[in-house]
Ligand binder design. Structure first.
Ligand code: RUB
Length: 306
């Protein structure tokens, strides 16, 4: 049976109360650990099946999130590796691995903040899109280092996550300006580099991130502006090695406009788009700043897929 926590977490992920790939993965790992704790399964088989049902529900709450899927797969695989003899041992394995994984997420975010902040020139004019916790970490660290970044946030229709970024950065004392998404081209002449987060990286080094990212990357390339994405290796989508296309989440039309007021109009609400690797100067990872090809090579190694 699904624990209440899993159901609640699925709802909060779907509604974007919990947003951003890393927070989504973190919440899912916590929910899965609680499922393990609360499961009343009497046999290992029933326990595993409880976990798989929970993992399935959580992974499908946002299908375009490999970090979520990778983390749940990792938890399950690490439990299996320990060859538990009963439910008690299996439960303990999940609890231990949850702690290890969450600590790793935090350490990786810290390393990315450090590498990213070092990469930024002093007084750099930076254009960002959407709200990425990883990216916030870099900009706040740069501010602490006295680099005084000047940040422009797109508001990020339809749900305005750019406003979250703008308020958070203003709260950290960063010089910040909010623009509409369609101002990206007008702003590029006043931009030294573009910085975005990442939801998924494919086996060809392409980036899947909030809708609008691909357009901004194209404009940046045309204007000779460097384009970086910050992404831990856990954002790699291993299934793309075998040719699977990353599934693009399509969300409720209501987020764009009330269909009742738009009679005869189809409304299409893709949450993400795909930026070709050729537009990406580098990925800022927990192991340093690398090219898209470098990201894929390192992720393959990390996932034991070389
Ligand atoms: C958020 C988004 C972020 C990535 C990375 O989209 O596209 O850039 O998820 O975030 P949404 P993080 O608001 O739809 O979740 O760095 O926090 O993992």
């Amino acid at each position: 049976m699904l624990s209440r926590k899993v159901e609640k977490t699925c709802g909060e992920i779907k509604s974007l109360k919990i947003q951003g790939a890393r927070k989504v993965a973190q919440a899912a790992v916590e929910a899965m650990a609680l499922q393990a704790k609360e499961s009343d399964a009497k046999s290992l088989e029933a326990f595993r099946s409880d976990l798989l049902v929970a993992a399935d529900a959580l992974a499908n709450a946002r299908p375009t999130e490999p970090m979520l899927q990778n983390s749940l797969r990792f938890l399950f695989a690490e439990m299996q590796k320990r060859k538990p003899k009963g439910v008690g041992e299996a439960r303990k394995a999940i609890a231990d691995e949850e702690k290890i994984l969450l600590k790793k997420f935090e350490e990786n975010a810290g390393k990315i903040a450090e590498f990213g902040a070092k990469e930024l020139p002093i007084d750099a004019r930076i254009l960002i899109h959407c709200h990425s916790h990883t990216l916030m970490g870099i900009l706040k660290r740069a501010q602490e280092m006295g680099k005084a970044p000047k940040v422009t946030c797109t508001e990020t229709r339809p749900l305005y996550q750019g406003r979250i970024s703008a308020k958070e950065l203003a709260g950290a004392g960063v010089d910040v300006t909010l623009v509409v998404d369609s101002a990206a081209k007008s702003m590029m002449g006043k931009t030294d580099l573009v910085l975005v987060g990442a939801d998924s990286i494919t086996s060809t080094g392409d980036l899947v991130n909030k809708i609008g990212t691909a357009g901004i990357a194209t404009i940046a390339k045309e204007s000779d502006v460097r384009f970086f994405s910050c992404a831990e290796l856990y954002k790699f989508d291993p299934l793309t090695i075998w040719g699977r296309m990353t599934e693009m989440e399509e969300r409720d039309a209501q987020e764009i406009a009330d269909p009742k007021e738009m009679k005869g109009v189809k409304i299409l609400n893709y949450a993400f788009d795909r930026t070709d690797a050729k537009y990406i100067t580098g990925y800022i990872t927990e192991k340093g700043v690398v090219t898209p090809q470098g990201f894929v090579a390192m992720a393959m190694k990390e996932f034991g897929l070389e």
